[in-house]
Design a protein around this ligand. Structure first.
Ligand SMILES: C[S@@+](CC[C@H](N)C(=O)[O-])C[C@H]1O[C@@H](n2cnc3c(N)ncnc32)[C@H](O)[C@@H]1O
Length: 339
């Protein structure tokens, strides 16, 4: 165990554990047997995928990062004032490389806050990188990372019944990967884990010019395409499949009715792909799509309903200058509150 590893724990699955391979195998079996075919987006983030996503976040077209960066840069101290004078955990669900959270951590280090940073991420590669960065750049910040799926991370949070308050971050519009019902369920589970003195800060990508959306998910350099295709390469690596990625193309499109950006991998030819771990092949027709990801976009009124329906009160909404992105600070509404 190297010293970075001592600053995070692994709960449940690791990429190399048979559990995760079984889970991936199960999802590939179910997803590629479905009509239309689908693969779940949470398998994007192996080490290669996490590195590709870090590149996506630096792309000019991927406005989400800049928007949220500017919100946290400008309003970070105001956001953090909800925890003023208290010892608290800054819990970062799906922390990734933590680049934007660093803005908050830097401020907390400067004011000498009594904070423990608790990044939770399914990707151990991302966690290693994040822990190393914080140790180097902000050695005074206490880090207790958790490599886990969100829900397991949340269970960990429940077990942490300490006297510390929790400020739970769910940034980057990660919530947009869930459909409306799943988002309500997910946020409801966060609500169930929290006490009324805790807070959540949730990043939402707001509805905007459709051209901006299309450009963000179909970048000119093709990094998003590589990120999407890496899912097939991951299945090749981990399940012994023989996908030829050149025979598929990435396609990102916007559904105005549901407000979802949808990503697909489209088969360019009729083809059969064998998956050794399942001892079977799957047939793809020419131009047959495999759905891989949703990224839902929201109206402000959607955020109000989502907060209400999942048990929260909107305390403050922070938006970037263009009004493209919102970070919403919510308080769990619990018995005894009058809000
Ligand atoms: C879109 S990135 C966002 C990173 C960061 N929060 C930001 O705003 O820049 C998503 C991160 O969530 C993690 N992730 C995705 N699905 C997850 C899941 N089901 N449980 C835990 N982490 C997950 C990925 O590993 C990845 O690092």
């Amino acid at each position: 165990m190297d010293s970075d590893e001592q600053r995070y724990v692994v709960i449940g699955e690791r990429a190399e554990d048979s559990d995760t391979i079984e889970e991936l195998a199960y999802e590939v079996l179910v997803g590629l047997s479905s009509e239309p075919k689908r693969l779940p987006s949470r398998f994007f983030y192996d080490d290669v995928g996490s590195r590709l996503f870090a590149r996506i976040m630096r792309l000019e077209e991927y406005y989400l990062t800049d928007c949220e960066h500017s919100i946290l840069e400008r309003s970070g101290p105001e956001i953090l004032s909800c925890m003023e004078g208290r010892a608290f955990n800054l819990v970062d669900l799906g922390a990734g490389d933590g680049a934007k959270t660093m803005l908050l951590l830097r401020h907390l280090a400067e004011i000498g806050a009594d904070v423990t940073y608790v990044p939770i991420d399914i990707s151990e590669g991302a966690m290693k990188g994040l822990v190393a960065t914080i140790r180097k750049e902000l050695p005074s910040i206490r880090v207790e990372g958790v490599v886990a799926e969100y829900h397991r991370g949340l269970q960990w949070l429940v077990r942490q019944r300490s006297d510390r308050a929790n400020l739970v971050l769910f940034l980057g519009s990660n919530v947009g990967n869930f459909d409306r019902a799943q988002a309500r369920g997910f946020l409801g589970r966060i609500w169930a884990s929290l006490r009324s003195e805790d807070r959540v800060l949730v990043g939402f990508d707001l509805k905007k010019d459709i051209e901006k959306l299309l450009a963000a998910y179909n970048d000119r350099e093709g990094v998003t395409s590589a990120f999407n295709l890496n899912l097939l390469e991951r299945i090749n690596r981990e399940l012994g499949a023989n996908f030829v990625t050149d025979r598929f193309r990435h396609f990102g499109t916007y559904d105005v009715t549901s407000g979802a950006m949808k990503s697909y991998l489209v088969s360019l030819d009729p083809q059969d792909v064998r998956v050794d771990a399942l001892d079977r092949s799957f047939h793809f027709d020419a131009w047959e799509p495999v759905h891989t990801e949703y990224s839902y976009k929201y109206l402000r009124s959607d955020l109000d309903s989502l907060a209400h329906d999942s048990g929260f009160v909107v305390e403050q909404r922070f938006e970037d200058e263009r009004g493209w992105f919102a970070d919403d600070l919510w308080r769990p509404r619990k018995g005894g509150d009058d809000g």
